[in-house]
Each structure stands twice: as C-alpha cells, then as structure tokens.
Design a protein around this ligand. Structure first.
Ligand SMILES: Cc1cc2nc3c(=O)[nH]c(=O)nc-3n(C[C@H](O)[C@H](O)[C@H](O)COP(=O)(O)OP(=O)(O)OC[C@H]3O[C@@H](n4cnc5c(N)ncnc54)[C@H](O)[C@@H]3O)c2cc1C
Length: 416
C-alpha cells in the first residue's frame, strides 16, 4: 500500500483522486522498475534507438491523458484543475523520478505563461491544437543564461541583465542570444524565450517570445551530465537571427512582467511538489528497510533512539507537505492572498521552496544515516533520492535569491 500522507482530500475532486490512483499504478508498474537505469540515462536524446524513456513519456502524456490536462477548457482541453489538484498529480509522478516530473510538466508551465495575466489567444490556439493531438508536444522555458539564472529571474533588476535580445524588423521579431539549462531543451517542439527588447525601457523591455523549434537559426548542445535528475535534459540553446511573427510575443508592457513573476511563483510551488514526491519515495524505501533490519538482535525500529529518528524524518516530511499544500492553496485563492504576480505571493512561494526543499534534503540525509552504508550504496535506492532532491533547491533562481526576495518584501531591504 502506498501511504498518502497529508494530502488534503477534502480539496480534491473524486475524479482527480482516481486519476492520482491511476498515476500511482503507472509509476509502480512502468517507472520504478527502471529506477536505477533512469538514474544514468542523461544521453537518451542522443540515442538512435527508441528508448524506454520516450515510451514512458508517451504513456504519461498521451495514453494517460496528462497532455490534454495542460490545455484550459476554453481551448478544448480538460485543464480545469485547481492548483491543489495539480500538486496532487505532480507528487504522484515525481514519486517515480524527479526528472520525470521536471520534463513531465514543463509544457504546463509554459501554458501558464501564455495564459497569465490574460491569454495570448493566437499562441494559445497554436499550442492547444498540438497539445490535444496524440503526439507528445513539448514547450521548453528558456530563461537562464550563461552569466546567471538568478540575474534574469530577479525582477528588481528590471530586465537589465537579460542578454538575449529581440528587435522588431517589420512584422517579425529577430532574436539573438544564448540560453542554457532549460529542461527538455533538446526534445522541445517549441521554446518560450525570455528576451530584452533592444532600445526599450522597463517594463516594455521584457518579452517572452514563442519560438517553434524548427525555426531556422536555432542550435543546441549535447545534454549536460548532472549529479541527479538524469532524464530531464539540460544544455545550451543558441539563437542566431531567429525570426518569428510579432504576434508571438506573449504580452505587452507590465502584463509581460506580471506573467514572468507569476511563472516564477508557480515554478517555486511546483518544485515544492517535486520535493514532496521524492520524500514519498524516500518513505517507502526507508520503511521497507527498517521493517526488516535488525540491530543488536532486535528489530531496528524497536530501539528507542531509532524510533526517535524515524519521528524526526516524519516531522521533516510533515513540515514539507504542509508547507507545500498551503502554498498551492494560497494560489487557488487570489481573492484572499493576491494575484500570482503579487509580490506577497511571489516571496511566499520562494520561502516555501526553501523550507520544503531543505527539509526534504534533511529527511533523506537522516534516512541515509539510518540505513548506514546501505543508504550510501546504489542498491539501497536512497542515495539517488538525495542527489535528485538537490535540484529542487537550485532551480528557479536559487535559494539565496529567494531568501533575499522575502527579506526585501518583509523588511524592505534594498539590496541589488
Ligand atoms: C535540472 C535543471 C533544470 C532546469 N530547468 C530550467 C528551465 O526549465 N528553464 C531555465 O531557464 N533554467 C532551468 N534551469 C536553470 C536554473 O533555473 C538555474 O540554474 C537557477 O535559476 C540558478 O541560476 P544559476 O545556476 O545561473 O546560478 P546564479 O544565478 O549564479 O546563482 C548562484 C547563487 O547565487 C544566488 N543569487 C542570485 N542572485 C542573487 C542576488 N542578487 N543576491 C544574492 N544571491 C543571489 C542564487 O540564489 C544562488 O544560490 C535548470 C537547472 C537544472 C539543474
């Protein structure tokens, strides 16, 4: 039996709960048996043969219907989930593998940018048509640049550090620049590129531009090798005089800034859900270990000190889960807590990501201590989780910037 821990079922409709059950079965059947292989499959987009990773994504997005849920109902999809329901779904997938979660929901993150604060109808129709087909369609979010992800995401810098530029030439944007790290950078069918508009002042200088991946002028590197999160591919993307219609800019002026802040708010909460997914897997691995292991002739978990430490693991887990569910529930209630681009929501999401991901790392580290060298060995299935969970701290601006943003909001600190 899989423990469901602190999921707020009173906030989740029956059909979504059943969908979560189906996802859990899928993860048990199709993903966890590949757990070890997925840990070192960073080059799967390089391989000529059809890989099991492609098969898993196809089943997840198409056969189980996840991709249709990325499309809002007014564009023909079934994506009417609340943020809390969304978190429940993300947690189930990430329990299988954090990279599966990162790439799995990447197009949904892009759709949020297209829809918020008001939909870009033309781009949304284009994207919806493809997401609703029976083929995987991946939209990569190209934000980070070589000189820093934090500097791009830091809204106080008003776009000054964005070095990927765009200018209008007649009816077309011409994009030049270098992005790196974006999830699914290689297998993407399209990119959302954060650019600085040449010659414009804040807020008109910031743009998110939709770019189909087959547009001439785009090249990519090989995927990077990372400490974890292997099947989520990351690398360089170069844009060399890439031309797209001017309507492919998502929003204008302050709306573009709102969209970008909302994107970060959502991304930060989603990383909380990723970490909770990893924690649920940690619990299963730890439980099956302490159920069997004996120390000094007695079941391990019957030793007082061990029971205490298991309690500490549970405490970390509960803090992580409660913080996550609270963060998502706030996003569901903008009438009470403010819009997704409101600085209060934004800094709350950043603090939540820090709390949840630090607790997750701590819990897994405690679990490794409890398992001794078995926890440190690949066969123990725990060390992968420690490496995997680390990424949930790093992405979307890094922990220090998120802390700083909260201090700016609550103490009025005027740092750069
Ligand atoms: C698996 C994976 C998936 C990713 N997916 C994507 C993606 O889909 N799209 C994308 O664009 N990028 C993606 N990234 C990149 C990631 O979002 C960035 O690495 C992250 O934002 C941090 O940027 P950086 O590495 O350049 O570090 P830096 O920006 O150099 O930051 C380093 C440290 O300094 C801190 N810092 C930053 N600014 C300040 C400041 N003003 N004051 C004090 N401290 C500060 C940061 O918080 C961090 O702790 C991904 C990375 C990985 C590993």
């Amino acid at each position: 039996m899989v423990e469901k821990f602190w999921t707020p079922y009173h906030l989740i409709r029956k059909e979504i709960s059943l969908f979560c059950d189906a996802l859990r079965d899928f993860i048990n059947r199709e993903v966890l048996p590949h757990e070890e292989e997925m840990d070192d499959y960073w080059d799967w987009t390089e391989r000529k043969e059809h890989t099991f990773v492609e098969e898993i994504f196809r089943k997840l997005w198409i056969d189980l219907g996840l991709q249709k849920a990325f499309v809002p109902p007014q564009y023909g999809g079934i994506g009417d989930w609340s943020m809390v329901e969304n978190a429940a779904v993300i947690i189930e997938v990430t329990r299988g593998d954090v990279g599966l979660g990162m790439t799995g929901f990447i197009s949904q993150w892009a759709v949020a940018s297209i829809m918020i604060p008001t939909p870009n109808d033309l781009v949304m129709k284009y994207v919806a048509e493809r997401l609703l087909k029976n083929e995987p369609y991946i939209i990569c979010n190209a934000i980070t640049e070589p000189h820093g992800g934090g500097a791009i995401e830091d809204v106080r810098l008003q776009g000054a550090q964005i070095r990927t530029t765009a200018y209008l030439d007649g009816d077309e944007w011409v994009i030049n620049g270098h992005k790196l790290w974006p999830s699914a950078f290689r297998e993407a069918d399209a990119y959302l590129v954060v650019c600085r508009i040449e010659g414009e002042k804040f807020p008109n200088n910031i743009a998110q531009i939709f770019v189909p991946a087959d547009t001439p002028g785009i090249t990519t590197s090989k995927p990077y090798r990372k400490m974890g999160c292997s099947i989520d591919t990351n690398g360089d993307i170069w844009f060399d005089n890439v031309r797209v219609p001017k309507e492919y800019r998502l929003h204008e002026g302050i709306d573009e800034v709102k969209s970008l802040i909302a994107k970060e708010t959502i991304g930060r909460c989603v990383n909380c859900a990723f970490a909770v997914g990893v924690l649920r897997r940690m619990y299963e691995v730890l439980k099956s270990y302490v159920d069997k292991r004996e120390i000094a002739g007695r079941p391990m978990k019957e030793h007082g000190l061990i029971a205490y430490e298991l309690g500490q693991v549970l405490t970390d887990m509960q803090v992580a889960e409660y913080t996550t569910w609270y963060a998502f529930e706030r996003l569901d209630h903008p009438e009470t807590y403010g819009s997704l681009w409101d600085y209060g929501q934004f800094s709350m999401a950043g603090l939540c990501q820090n709390i949840v991901t630090e607790r997750a790392e701590q819990a897994i580290s405690r679990a490794i201590n409890l398992m001794g060298s078995h926890g440190y060995a690949k066969e123990g299935k725990m060390e992968k989780l420690l490496r995997d969970v680390k990424v949930t701290q790093i992405v979307v601006g890094g922990p220090l910037l998120r802390l700083l943003e909260a201090v700016r909001h609550y103490f009025g600190t005027e740092t750069i």
